[in-house]
Design a protein. Structure first.
Length: 353
């Protein structure tokens, strides 16, 4: 069996550092590992329309922003197929068939769906398209016969529901669909970065994100305003590193070599944490170090993005070519699904027999 990756993002705006440590950096690592036969990276515009149906122009504008962030982070169109979801109509047909294999009660129990509905204040009026998001995602994954789905921790319930749909389809119609496996970031700190305000979720609507495309001065301003330990009022006070966003970001981004370059008083992050916990280390000093770490990580990404911004026609060509490759692959799976369900009525001389 081929080893295939399917992953992607909704084009709701520019991508932020939570996307980077949660999935983007892992995608680049997997892409460059040489361990996978095919890699599909989807810009999920159809899913974004489920809560932006009245403003499709926003989704349209954001597609290019997400594509720029992908290319800036190191997604290579020579190694990975970047495509736009709505340009692969086979995904819609697969979703329609899978809807018959899932109950309303099961979708209502999905923790990711529940939290997303609450966040968008959809409790009283849920768009059906948004409600069926897990089923649509199962179609995306299975259409490309993905064996591996690298995502953030918050997407685990969605992958579990996809696996349920695969098992149900295969038990009813025979072995047809590929059972995917989830891959989480290896760095535990990368499972979910908090917002700079300390809130659990980084969100554009909350204004608590550091974007991959933010200029250096903007990143510095955001870092220096970050929430820390509210009880660490004076430099000499002992501080807490658990749940402290500044140290969570350092866990996610810091490398030992950055200490020699930016903070030679310490050899590693453990030493820095120990000093902060016993007291005598101020928040400003730690934040300045974090800012230098982030600049070392994000600076090259920012520069590559600016380069691609000068080549927008090439970006469109990449998306169009990738969408054509993706549609061909999805069409093969859809043919197999229709055959398994015996709804391929006009295939062959005796198709209706």
């Amino acid at each position: 069996m081929k080893k295939v990756i399917l992953t992607g993002d909704r084009p709701t705006g520019r991508l932020h550092v939570g996307h980077y440590v949660g999935s983007l950096s892992e995608r680049v690592r997997l892409q460059n590992s040489g361990d996978y036969d095919e890699i599909f990276i989807m810009i999920a515009d159809a899913q974004a329309l489920t809560d932006n149906a009245e403003h499709p122009e926003k989704v349209r504008q954001n597609i290019i922003q997400v594509a720029l962030d992908y290319l800036a982070c190191g997604i290579d169109p020579e190694k990975s197929t970047i495509f736009i979801q709505s340009m692969v109509p086979e995904l819609t047909e697969l979703t329609f068939y899978y809807m018959n294999l899932v109950t309303v009660a099961r979708v209502q129990r999905n923790p990711t769906v529940k939290s997303e509905i609450k966040m968008r204040n959809f409790e009283a009026s849920i768009p059906v398209g948004f409600f069926c998001y897990p089923i649509s995602q199962a179609a995306d994954i299975t259409a490309f016969r993905a064996t591996t789905v690298p995502v953030g921790e918050d997407q685990m319930p969605m992958i579990e529901q996809c696996k349920e749909i695969v098992h149900k389809f295969n038990s009813v119609y025979g072995e047809t669909l590929t059972d995917p496996q989830i891959v989480l970031p290896s760095n535990k700190a990368c499972l979910r970065l908090p917002g700079i305000d300390g809130k659990a979720k980084m969100s554009k609507s909350l204004g608590n994100c550091i974007y991959l495309s933010d200029e250096a001065d903007v990143v510095k301003k955001k870092v220096m305003s970050m929430f820390t330990d509210p009880n660490h009022l004076r430099v000499q006070d002992p501080g807490k590193v658990e749940g402290n966003p500044v140290f969570i970001y350092l866990d996610a981004f810091c490398k030992d070599e950055y200490f020699a370059e930016f903070l030679p008083d310490y050899q590693n992050l453990d030493e820095l944490k120990e000093h902060y916990q016993r007291g005598g280390l101020g928040d400003v000093k730690v934040k300045k170090f974090l800012n230098k770490v982030l600049e070392a990580e994000l600076g090259p990404i920012r520069e590559r993005r600016k380069m691609w911004e000068q080549r927008i026609p090439d970006v469109y060509d990449i998306l169009q070519a990738g969408s054509e490759v993706a549609e061909k692959k999805a069409a093969e799976t859809l043919n197999d699904v229709r055959e398994a369900m015996k709804i391929n009525y006009f295939d062959g001389d005796f198709a209706l027999n």
